[in-house]
Design a protein around this ligand. Structure first.
Ligand code: DC
Length: 220
């Protein structure tokens, strides 16, 4: 951590723990950029799906996306641009989330995205979130937070979010998908989801995102 670099806050944690919501609130309150690293894995998954690749095609997915820009634009939700195409909505389906999780176990994919993410964080002034940001992407962040919540609460949050976006599914299916994703994200060999030393755990069961953000700001 350099004395002069503007603030970097890294928010880690499993699916549905509230990472995105809390990171966005922090970015707004503290006037920081918001970097959604999961959106980049999702963009890779979308490109892979369109190219007919599957969950085992990590090397090919990495090659496919090499040199293809994944960028973020303004807006709420923040726009995600894959080679200039707005894929903000297309990457938010459960299927793309599953493929993103499956492809994210492949080191070729991780290496490429982590390098891009490190570059995006280098100048500071950013809140980033994702399942490796406290351990790999920004281990020297000024503040490293791991959000948790019970499986039931996380599934319920994700289900409501999907319902709001008009995606029909059941709470049971969502809970099953999240449990599967937890398992995959936590047991992958390369950069598994875990609480590293020095990272502050914040349990978000029963507390709203603004209050979670209050607690994090209080830690600064
Ligand atoms: O946060 P999300 O649901 O948008 O992320 C989709 C998948 O991408 C997630 O299941 C695992 C992967 N991912 C990752 O491996 N590392 C990150 N920093 C962010 C996401």
């Amino acid at each position: 951590m350099s004395d002069k670099r503007p603030l970097v806050i890294a928010i880690d944690g499993p699916a549905g723990s509230g990472k995105s919501t809390v990171a966005k609130i922090l970015a707004r309150r503290l006037v920081l950029r918001y970097l959604d690293t999961g959106a980049m894995y999702r963009a890779v998954a979308l490109a892979a799906r369109r190219a007919g690749l599957g969950p085992d095609d990590g090397e090919r997915a990495a090659a496919l996306i090499a040199g293809v820009p994944i960028a973020f634009g303004e807006g709420d939700p923040q726009r995600v641009l894959l080679a200039g195409e707005d894929v903000t909505e297309a990457i938010r389906t459960p299927e793309i989330g599953d493929l993103a999780s499956a492809l994210s176990v492949h080191s070729a994919v991780r290496r490429m995205l982590v390098e891009r993410q490190k570059q995006m964080v280098a100048a500071g002034g950013v809140t980033l979130e994702g399942r490796d940001v406290t351990t790999v992407v920004a281990p020297d962040a000024d503040l490293r937070i791991f959000l948790t919540a019970s499986l039931k609460v996380r599934a319920d949050r994700r289900w409501r979010e999907l319902k709001q976006r008009g995606i029909e599914t059941t709470l049971d299916v969502v809970q099953h998908q999240i449990a599967e994703r937890d398992h995959r994200d936590s047991t992958r060999a390369d950069s598994p989801l875990y609480v590293a030393e020095g990272v502050t755990v914040v349990d978000t069961d029963g507390i709203g995102p603004e209050e979670v953000a209050d607690r994090i700001v209080a830690l600064l």
